[in-house]
Design a protein around this ligand. Structure first.
Ligand code: NAP
Length: 261
């Protein structure tokens, strides 16, 4: 299936590995030129080199730095000749007990997981509307729908972003100009972050295999998702066929969320 987005430009934040990289790969496969970002120069350049080798027809540019910093956001925006597709992503806030978090912890989580996506969207959506094509994907979390107690910083910041998107995506000046804004909600995906979470959980009982098996048992699909599957869903939403899907929170979790809706 040709998604019809060859030659377009995408910014994919936090994309040297994991879900962001999965999205970058799937877009590259469709012939989309990329600006990719992460804080560690070495791994970001490795990913860029890999993408250039696999997809020689596209251009891949890199911007090293924390996407929550204003100067890095400006550099990212300046690196693409125009932004047709924006994939917002960043590391998730740390787990913990809300009694231990102060204002600084909250502002850090809000900056990375709510205010940064909003700032990048603000910079690009009106230009997208003028050109008659735009796709914004925010990588949030299944925890927005089924909150996890110890992820309070994430639940709070991502819910704020979710509420914001629900309103702005429905503006006629965006939706009516083929600009869509959607949130992709990952369940458990086999990435470095998930492995780290499993390792931390296993420190309590010392058995990584048992913790991993127990986690997998909570998922009807009986496995973790892959960044490739996540990226393919993202690429479809960013495609020419995605124009009638906007303001949605789309779970991709192997059936883990138990509700009807
Ligand atoms: P990951 O494998 O740890 O990859 C994170 C990527 O983001 C890396 O490329 C990392 O590179 C980059 N990054 C992190 N913080 C950044 C920042 N402030 N600025 C720029 N780049 C940054 O994580 P993942 O599993 O793909 O998770 C991606 C997002 O999905 C996270 O917000 C996570 O909470 C959420 N999520 C994941 C899962 C899951 O099962 N994997 C489930 C629910 C939600 P550097 O470290 O070099 O910056």
């Amino acid at each position: 299936m040709d998604l019809g987005i060859s030659g377009r430009w995408a910014i994919v934040c936090a994309a040297s590995q994991g879900l962001g990289k999965g999205c970058a790969e799937a877009l590259a496969h469709e012939g989309v030129n990329l600006v990719i970002n992460a804080r560690t120069a070495e791994t970001l350049e490795q990913t860029a080199t890999e993408l250039r080798a696999r997809f020689p027809a596209i251009e891949v540019r890199t911007v090293v730095g924390d996407v929550a910093q204003t100067d890095i956001q400006e550099t990212l925006l300046a690196a693409a000749p125009q932004v047709d597709i924006l994939v917002n992503n960043a590391g998730g806030p740390p787990p913990g007990d809300f009694r231990d978090w102060d204002r600084t912890d909250w502002l850090k989580a809000l900056d990375a997981n709510m205010l940064t996506p909003i700032a990048l969207m603000k910079a690009v959506v009106d230009g997208m509307a003028e050109r008659g094509f735009g796709r914004v994907i925010n990588i949030t979390s299944g925890a927005v729908k089924a909150p996890i107690d110890i992820l309070g910083l994430s639940n709070g910041a991502r819910s704020g972003l979710t509420g914001f998107i629900a309103g702005v995506a429905r503006q006629h000046r965006l939706a009516g100009k083929n600009v869509t804004l959607n949130n992709l909600l990952p369940g458990a995906f086999d990435t470095a972050r998930l492995q780290k979470t499993l390792q931390v959980a296993s420190q309590a009982n010392g058995d990584l295999n048992a913790v991993t098996e127990a986690r997998i048992k909570t998922i009807p699909a009986a496995r973790f998702g892959t960044p490739e599957e996540f990226g393919a869903y993202c690429a479809f939403l960013c495609s020419n066929y995605g124009g009638y899907i906007t303001g949605q929170n789309l779970l991709i979790d192997g059936g883990a969320y138990p509700g009807t809706f």
